[in-house]
Structure formats: C-alpha cells, structure tokens
Design a protein around this ligand. Structure first.
Ligand code: PMP
Length: 438
C-alpha cells in the first residue's frame, strides 16, 4: 500500500528504494560513496535548502549548476509562472526558443546556429551523430575523467557518478560502440598526436569538457603558449576531424561566455554543447556550431534529431530570465564569492593539517584531498576520498550541503551573500578537524 504519512527523509528513502532503483533518479544522489541517508528536499530559496526533517542547509550543489542565480529567484519564477499561464507545451515553434538561441549565440563567438534539446546528454549524443555524419567516420576520442552524460559511446572512464562509484564504464554498452570510442589521458598531447598519426582517417571527432569539472576541476594547461583546447582543434582539423567542446557544465558559469571566454582566442570548436544554466533549473540542453554542420540536421539535412518537449516554453522562459540576471556584475560577484570560499576552505584545511589542493576554471572550483595538483583522472583518483567523506558528513551535520562526492565541482550562486559565507565559515574548522582525524 502506498503510504502518504511518511514524510521524514529516512521514511521517504525507504519508500523510494521500493519503487525507484537505489531510491534515486540519478546515481550520485543516493549518497552511495559517502554513506548515509540523503536529505529529501522540500523547498529552496536563494542559497538555502530545506529538507523533509525540518533542517536547513547552505547549498553548494545548486542542482549541479543550473541555479546560478540561487533558488526560486523571483524574476525566474515569475517568468515561468507567466509562461505557464500561456500554455505548458505546444510542440510547435514559439518565440522563446528564438530569443534563447539568439542569447546563447550572442555570447559565444563560434556559434552560428543552435538547437535546443532537453538535457546535456541529448546535446552530446546529437553532437556525436552530427560529427559522424559530417565526416563519414565512426571513431570518437574522449578523455579519461571527462563526463558527457550517459551516452553509450561516452561512458568509458567517465567522470561524475561513474568516477564516484569507481566504475570502468557501464554494462549494456555494445562491444561495437566501445570499439568506436578511444579514451586518452586528459592533457596528454603526445597521446593525441600519436593516435591521429595512426588512425587520423577514422576519427570523426574529439570531444572534451572545455574545462573538465566532473573529476573535480582540472583546467586545461598551456604549453608554449598554446592551450590544450586549441591544440585539440588544430590537431583534429589537420586530419579532417571535428572538435566538440562540451560546455554543459562550464557554459555561462566559468565566465559570461563560458569557458570559451577564458581560453577561446584565435581558435574555435566546430560544435559545442550546453545545458544546466541555459535552462535556469528546467530541463534544457543545446548543441550548436558552424552553420554548414548544423544545416545537416533534419528536416533540411539527413541527420535526424527531434524532441516532443524540445524548446518547451517554460524552459525557455526560465533560461531567458536566468540570462537576464547574468550581467557583468553577476559574474564579478560569482568570481569574488568563489575566491572567498576557496580561501576559507583552504585556510580551514591548512589549519587542521589536511592535505588539499583547490583548482579553478573561471568562477568554477573544486577541492581535492591531496597535496599535489591534479592534471588528470589518475591524479584525481589518488586523492584521500575517506578524508573527503569525513569532511562531507561534518559539513552536512553543521548545515552545509556539499556535493556528495570528492569528484565534483562546488557550485556557488549570486545568492551566496557574505552572511551565507559566514555560515559556511563557521562549519569549516570542525569539518576540517573531522577530515584530519583518520
Ligand atoms: N556534459 C557535462 C560536461 C556535464 O557536466 C553533464 C552533467 N553533469 C552532462 C554533459 C550531461 O548533462 P545532463 O545531466 O543534463 O544529461
């Protein structure tokens, strides 16, 4: 019998486990790697979350990126309410889609056309299909520790939940699909050059996170004044392959123009993928790029791609209202909040003698529980995840909700005011001592 009286997180989790695999609709939410019962949330406002047990937390997850203006931001909520009053879904063109595509394209130089989908996964899946069609080739190159959603071809050595649960990839991916994906160590230019020398004619595309943030934040490095992304675009183009830059996480967070705004000078990816921020908390993804490539999509071209709810009016309203709040002032505030928080965390961990390194990509950052800088997935895996788990639980106990995994970025919003940072600051020393107490 379905009970409606169970309202505590523990009761809800136990009910959930009966009807939803592991009790969750996305793996990291199950707290599987840190243990314990995940709080079931009831509401959120600004930087704060409320759970079913009547507890309040400062949120440093931000729905994994979209809530860049904070939760239930008034103008975003009002825009969605207003759109809802005009109809929830049309399955036909509407103005919001055009304005949202114009907004995204106006911020990111290489984009000429954009198509909206419903998730980051759909965006990367569609970009791969397009790249394969455009080149007539099958092989996709990805980097270990990068996550691009749960696309069959992209789950090998993926970051995010796949890293959190130390999975090599996913069961259920055919051998043929796996054969068409080559995984290289992130940042390893020699490996990229060698692969292209050997198999250049088979490679449709290289896909990379513009700045990896799903194994923790691992910014691309420059060598001889050439950034890794630019190197990838030049190497791919020399062999007739494409570069897909995945900005689902970094897009419009790392900077006003996404991570492309940080390192995109004098080069361009062929295709780019987006999600999270562009939907302001509603389900939206997008992929875009050069007009000649995007023109291959149906109905004018041979590459099929579609969606019943794509370009949904509520989602485009939320995305547009979010973009309206993302002016230069918002980014400078995000930057200063992010820097202040990095400093607070580093100071507390240093004071408690906990080895750590804070890494950044624009306003995005994460904390690794190890001394040496992390340049790739092997480094990220070598951190002290048990110290992180102790730290995580002490922070949660003290009312700060961190990503429940050592392999994730931390997300701040424009609603993280100095008062909110003070609350985090008071939680940190105890959590740092807990991390130290092996
Ligand atoms: N690409 C990147 C870089 C991501 O961070 C994510 C999600 N964290 C995705 C793709 C997949 O997006 P979604 O979860 O919306 O399918």
């Amino acid at each position: 019998m379905t009970s409606t009286s169970s309202t505590s997180s523990a009761d809800l989790f136990s009910r959930a486990q009966q009807v939803i695999p592991s009790g969750v609709n996305s793996p990291v939410r199950a707290f599987g790697s840190v243990g314990g019962t995940p709080p079931f949330l009831t509401s959120a406002k600004g930087a704060l979350l409320q759970d079913a047990d009547g507890r309040e937390y400062v949120d440093l997850v931000g729905s994994w990126g979209p809530m860049i203006l904070g939760h239930a931001e008034e103008r975003v909520v009002e825009a969605v309410r207003e759109a809802a009053g005009r109809g929830l879904s049309f399955g036909a063109p509407q103005a919001g889609e055009v304005t949202l595509a114009e907004e995204v394209i106006s911020r990111v130089g290489p984009l000429e056309q954009l198509r909206l989908v419903n998730s980051g996964t759909e965006a990367t899946m569609s970009a791969l299909r397009l790249a394969r069609a455009a080149t007539g080739r099958d092989v996709i190159v990805k980097f270990a520790g990068c996550y691009h959603g749960h696309v069959d071809a992209l789950l090998a050595e993926a970051g995010s939940g796949v890293a959190t649960f130390a999975m090599p990839g996913s069961a259920g991916v055919t051998a043929a699909t796996a054969r068409d994906t080559v995984v290289l160590p992130y940042g390893d230019r020699d490996a990229v050059t060698a692969l292209f020398a050997e198999r250049g004619g088979e490679i449709a595309a290289v896909i990379t996170e513009a700045a990896p943030a799903n194994m923790g934040v691992v910014p691309p490095q420059e060598e001889d004044g050439i950034g890794f992304n630019r190197f990838l675009s030049e190497t791919a183009h020399a062999e007739g392959a494409l570069l897909i830059s995945d900005e689902v996480l970094t897009g419009f967070r790392a900077s006003r123009e996404g991570y492309y705004g940080v390192d995109g000078e004098g080069w361009a990816p062929d295709l780019m993928t987006f999600g999270k921020v562009i939907g302001g908390g509603l389900p939206v993804g997008a992929f875009g790029g050069r007009r000649d490539l995007m023109g291959l999509l149906a109905p004018s071209g041979p590459v099929y791609q579609a969606g019943t709810l794509s370009g949904n009016p509520l989602a485009t309203a939320a995305g547009l209202a979010t973009f309206a709040g993302l002016d230069e002032t918002a980014y400078s505030r995000l930057g200063s909040t992010s820097r202040a928080l990095q400093q607070l965390v580093a100071d507390a961990l240093t004071a408690a003698g906990v080895p750590h390194v804070v890494q950044t990509a624009g306003t995005l950052f994460s904390v690794f529980f190890r001394e040496q800088p992390v340049t790739g997935y092997e480094d990220a895996k070598a951190q002290d995840t048990e110290a992180f788990t102790r730290f995580f639980h002490a922070m949660l106990e003290a009312g700060v909700y961190l990503p429940p995994s050592a392999f994730e970025a931390w997300f701040v919003s424009t609603a993280h005011t100095p008062e909110v940072l003070d609350r985090i600051a008071s939680a940190l020393p105890g959590a740092a001592r807990a991390a130290a107490s092996a």
